[in-house]
Design a binder for this molecule. Sequence first.
Ligand code: ATP
Length: 379
Amino acid sequence: MKHPVTLYAMPWYHGKISRMEAEQLLSSRKDGLYLVRDSKVYVGDYTLCVCFSNKVEHYHISYSNNQLSIDNEVFFKNLEELVQHYTNDADGLVSSLKIPVTKQGGKFGTVSMHDFRHGGWLISLHDLELGVLIGEGNFGDVYEGVYNDQKVAAKQLKDKERGEQAFLLEAAVMTSLNHHNVVQILGITEGTIILVTEFMEKGNLLEYLQTRGRSAITASDQIHFASDVCAAMEYLNNKGLIHRDLAARNILVNSKGTAKVSDFGLAQFCGLSLTSRQFPVKWTAPEALRDNTFNTKTDMWSFGILLWEIYSFGRVPYPRIHQTDVIKHIEGGYRMEAPEGCPPEIYSIMTDAWKLKPADRPTFSQVLSELNSMRSVLV
Ligand code: ATP
C-alpha cells in the first residue's frame, strides 16, 4: 500500500548529517532531547541520537525486510512508529524521547529519498526500461519508458546539485494526488533520480493545439479539454493546493484525448512557498505579480488565460504586448478579445476569470458546472 509523502512528516529527521553535526544540534544536552539521522556506517539504516546525563547516545536503527528495529526485539513499519514507541516508553534506551530537535525551517523542511521509500514510492532502476527522449524541462529530460509492462514517462533529474530538492518536492506533491485529470506519479528511483509517471501519448496541450489546429480540433474537443482541466483544478483547490503555473504547456493529453494537469514544480500548499522561480507573467494575476500572493483566485485568472489558449489554438497570450507591459495594460482595463469562433459563454468565463478584484472571479466549482452543461450539449 502506498501512502502520500507528506511535507510535514518527521520534523526530527535530519537525513545525511554527521555524528558531530548531530551532537552540535543536541548541544543543550537536555534529558530526552533527540533527533534521527542517516547512518554513515550502515548505508540505508538510521541512527537515533538521544541525550541523557549530559551525554549523547547514538543508537543504530537497522532496516531489513521492510522493518526497522533498534534491539531486534521490537519492530516498526516506519520511523514515525519507532519514534512514537520510544516517546511513550524508554524501553531500554537511556531515556524516553521527550524533545525533538526539528529541522531548520520549522515544520516544513526538506524531502529525502527515505520519505519516498517509506511511502512505498521507490522504484528499482532495474525494473525501469528507458526508451527515446520525448521532452526537455527545466529540471529534467523526459524519456519514454516501460515499468511493470506499462508504458510510462521517465523524467530524469539533470543537475543533482542544483535541482534535487525542487525535483523531490514536486514528486512529493504528486504522491498526495489521485484524480482522473491529474497526471499520476507511479514512483521514483534512487541514485539516478528518475520520476516515473503515467504516459501521456499526445504530449503537451500547447503543441497539440498548435500542430492540429482548427482543421482537426473540434468544439467538442475544446470543451473537453477545458472541463478536464477545470475538474482537476476543483480537486486541487479542495485539497488546498495552488498550482501557480497553469498554462497549456503544463497540460498533457493521453491517447483517449483526456487532458490532465501536470508540472507541480511551482505548486504550493496554501501558505507554503516552495520555490522563488520566476513567474510566467502573461498567465499570472496582476495582484500576484505585485505582491507575490497566490490563492485559488489567482489560479482562476490563469485558467482564463488557458481557456484563451485552447480557443486560439495555442497562440501566445497578448500577442502584441511585451510581457513587461502586460500588468500596466490590465490595470488600465485592457482585456484580450475573444479568439475567432470562440462561443460567447466561454468568453464570458474568461472575462469573469480576469476580474481585477479576486473576490469577483468565479470558483472552479461554478465554472465546472457551466462547462459540464456545455459539454453535455455538444457530445
Ligand atoms: P519543469 O519546468 O518542471 O522542469 P516542464 O514544464 O518544462 O518541466 P516537463 O514536465 O519536464 O516540462 O516535460 C517536458 C515535456 O516532456 C512536456 O512538455 C511533454 O511534451 C513531455 N512529457 C512530460 N511528461 C510527460 C508524460 N507523462 N507523458 C508524455 N509526455 C510527457
